[in-house]
Ligand binder design. Structure first.
Ligand code: SF4
Length: 457
């Protein structure tokens, strides 16, 4: 199934909206959800004993990429990392005391910032602490990944990561074109990237993800097409292609980007179309939103089996795990709750060094949130919602419960984005690139229109 690219429809439905890596989304988190609420949720979760997923956030970067919207600290001072590793270690211990030790950690992800800002010894120390407090597993089902900045790693580090149990890496590439790289302050050669991939494969890390961004300054279809061709030649197992969202009032670094150098909306559409065409013609399967994978990747199997899942890392082949977020600004999802750590590094240190959780906000889902989360997950992951399934899960009458939402979907049905019948909603191939617009119809927090989200395309 290929998404059908309809520029007129895409233009018409282009509006800001969430990426639905969670529902409700992060702007709904509030300070009323505190450490005590988190402890209660964590202890309760032990009775369901679903597997665990751990996210470790490392905020440091040596240089600012101008397009960046991540929570990161720019520094060349490597000594900063030593204090951070100590704080993480304390935080791991605190979480470890809440969760039953026999719950396997199926997923582990180090994100950032730049996790490879840490030395291999520091990463080894964090992994040692994680193995002490949690049951890390060594079976092939595990998904232990790290975001890698190819400019910051050497062969020894990659080999070391494989020995520590990492079986997946994702590399920020964005665009190989030197003009674009100069405009976004991220100079990274193709050779550097190829070398990291080769070291990883030789070390036994076969699961390689690349991140690309379209809509960056100075991008043209021809130049970006060359980048995509190079990427296809390297053959990563997964490729994510994100649309750059220019929000300089929210992200300070983006003020360095000249608006006049950004592609127009028509050019953005041409970039996206070209990328979708090139990747699918090269044998990549369109997973959803902005993700592509090779046919033998677990995501493709999960898509076919209807078991695809969406979480803070995007799409996942793992069913729902309880997610523990560690590190400054990290988000967790335990049971029916979300929680987020302090975003300020100083405040994070103060909490954790006093042996307190750094959680500053979150939320506990209510019954309506749970129904809507289920619907939005089904749309985002399977492109289909069966009323009977939602009714059985939540004891509601779907057409009555969502009467106004179904009415609001009517224009999208007329435009061919979906087909709503008496028992299901099915996203059409024309609607696949616009699936979050369909999901927004079920988002109770989307009225009135939000600011600060990225455009749908
Ligand atoms: S894009 Fe990645 S490497 Fe660049 S500043 Fe942001 S977090 Fe750091």
């Amino acid at each position: 199934m290929l998404p059908i690219f309809d520029p007129e429809l895409i233009r018409r439905y282009d509006r800001n909206g969430p990426r639905y890596t969670s529902y409700p989304t992060a702007p709904q988190f509030h300070a009323g959800f505190d450490t005590q609420a988190y402890r209660t949720a964590a202890l309760l979760s032990n009775s369901s004993a679903v597997p665990l997923s751990i996210y470790v956030h490392v905020p440091f970067c040596a240089n600012p990429c101008f397009y960046c919207g991540c929570n990161r600290v720019i520094t060349r001072n490597r000594d900063q990392a030593a204090r951070y590793v100590k704080a993480l270690s304390a935080e791991i211990g605190m979480h470890g005391r809440l969760f039953h030790h026999h719950r396997p950690v199926e997923q582990l992800h180090f994100g950032g910032g730049t996790p490879t800002f840490l030395t291999l010894d520091q990463i080894t120390e964090i992994m040692r602490r994680l193995r002490t407090d949690f049951m890390l597993i060594d079976t092939p089902e595990r998904e232990y990944g790290m975001e890698i900045d190819p400019r910051t790693v050497d062969r020894e580090t990659i080999e070391g990561l494989a020995q520590l149990g990492f079986n997946r890496i994702s590399l920020g590439v964005q665009d190989f074109d030197p003009h674009v790289q100069e405009a976004v302050n991220r100079i990274q050669s193709i050779e550097q990237t190829r070398e990291v991939v080769e070291h990883a494969r030789r070390s036994g890390i076969q699961q390689i993800g690349f991140d690309l961004i379209y809509g960056l300054p100075r991008q043209t279809p021809e130049r970006f097409g060359n980048t995509v061709r190079e990427v296809i030649d390297i053959r990563p197992t997964r490729i994510a292609v994100y649309g750059y969202a220019h929000l300089p009032e929210v992200f300070k670094a983006q003020r360095q980007i000249r608006r006049s150098e950004l592609p127009t909306s028509a050019e953005r559409l041409a970039l996206l179309r070209l990328t979708v065409d090139q990747l699918t013609q090269a044998g990549y399967v369109y997973i959803g939103m902005d993700h592509f994978a090779l046919p033998d990747d677990k995501l493709v199997h999960a898509l076919a089996a209807g078991t695809l899942h969406r979480n803070f890392q995007g799409y996942s082949s793992h069913a729902q795990c309880d997610l523990i977020g560690m590190g400054v600004s990290a988000i967790g999802n335990v049971g029916d709750t979300y929680s987020q750590n302090l975003k300020d590094l100083g405040a994070y240190y103060t909490a954790v060094e006093h042996r307190q959780f750094a959680i500053c906000k979150g939320l506990k889902l209510n019954a309506d949130d749970r129904v809507r989360r289920d619907v939005i997950q089904q749309l985002m992951c399977n492109g289909r919602v069966e009323y009977s399934r939602i009714q059985a899960n939540h004891c509601i009458d779907f057409p009555a419960y969502f009467a106004s939402e179904l009415t609001n979907l009517a224009p999208m049905q007329t435009d061919g984005l979906l087909r709503a019948t008496d028992d299901s909603i099915e996203v059409s191939d024309k609607g696949r690139l616009l699936v979050r617009n369909i999901a927004m119809a079920f988002d109770a927090y989307m009225r009135p229109r939000p600011a600060g989200y990225s455009a749908a395309i």
